[in-house]
Design a protein around this ligand. Structure first.
Ligand SMILES: Nc1nc2c(ncn2[C@@H]2O[C@H](COP(=O)(O)OP(=O)(O)OP(=O)(O)O)[C@@H](O)[C@H]2O)c(=O)[nH]1
Ligand SMILES: [Mg+2]
Length: 263
């Protein structure tokens, strides 16, 4: 098919997301999560910037970024719009998905609301399917305490296979611990083992059918199983994004993927 990746990894950060990194000393960290869970509050507390926050969902609509130093590394933090999934049902979901997928951040923090953690785990599980460099931030711990909700952080870590850190972003509590874990995951000092998602036999069979071809087309640029799942769901926007981010729009010969998509 004559495919060649025009802009992979860190190059995509520069050309498509306008994030300039200066080599080894910088870590790019994404902040993802459902709307209204405190992502921008975490962002502001860590960067000293003033992203819009407020008690209603949908305040952050584009990727805001800021930087600070942690243990001698420059951390470039990217505050993503709040999303309930990575299924590209809305502009916000596509913006968040594309950054995590193609920006290849060194780690992704999934901010969750400690008072309704189950609802938030849907997104966390989707991100864990895409990348193993994930840290769970269990925020609004003060609210949980006020409501008499006890969150078992250790059990969450064991069940999910990723680090989890309790925070109260409004007062800054837990944020240093959060960044220590993020730093360790980004630099592979701490190994994660996200719990693998198993689907029904019918879906697993479909994945198996298209996986070899997708692996051949994508190489190691993208998680082929994850792309297979998106295609099975009928999400054609992933093809547009592959085209845009990995092959500079007109350079990608879609024929192979289109064939897979119809299978
Ligand atoms: N009590 C308490 N409130 C918090 C905490 N973290 C954030 N908040 C509040 O929760 C509300 C939402 O916070 P944001 O930081 O704007 O949430 P967000 O996730 O960025 O929201 P979107 O951009 O809409 O996705 C604000 O009123 C914050 O002050 C916390 O740890 N405890
Ligand atoms: Mg926000």
């Amino acid at each position: 098919m004559g495919l060649s990746c025009q802009s992979c990894g860190k190059a995509v950060l520069d050309t498509k997301f306008n994030i300039k990194t200066s080599g080894q000393n910088d870590l790019v960290i994404a902040l993802a999560g459902n709307p209204n869970v405190g992502k921008s509050t975490v962002f502001n507390a860590l960067t000293g910037l003033n992203q819009h926050t407020g008690n209603w969902p949908g305040k952050t609509v584009t990727n805001a970024r800021g930087s600070f130093f942690h243990k001698g590394k420059r951390i470039i933090l990217v505050d993503l719009p709040g999303t309930y999934s990575l299924l590209a049902n809305s502009v916000e979901e596509q913006v968040a998905r594309d950054f995590i997928c193609f920006g290849e951040p060194d780690a992704t923090i999934v901010v969750t609301d400690a008072t309704c953690i189950e609802r938030n785990l849907n997104l966390a599980l989707q991100i864990m399917e895409l990348t193993d460099k994930v840290v769970l931030c269990v925020n609004l711990m003060d609210e949980a305490k006020r409501k008499g909700i006890d969150v078992n952080i250790k059990a969450l870590e064991e069940e999910l296979g990723i680090p989890a850190v309790a925070t109260t972003a409004r007062s800054g509590k837990g944020l240093r611990d959060l960044m220590d874990r993020v730093y360790n995951v980004a630099l592979a000092h701490e190994k994660t083992a996200p719990r693998p998602m198993k689907y029904t036999p019918a879906i697993e069979e479909e994945i198996e059918k298209i996986l070899p071809q997708l692996k051949e087309i994508l190489g190691d640029q993208l998680n082929a199983r994850w792309v297979a799942l998106r295609l099975i769901e009928g999400d054609a926007t992933i093809l547009e994004s592959i085209n845009n981010f990995l092959y500079d729009d007109n350079k990608f010969d879609c024929e192979g993927v289109a064939c897979v998509y119809e299978c």
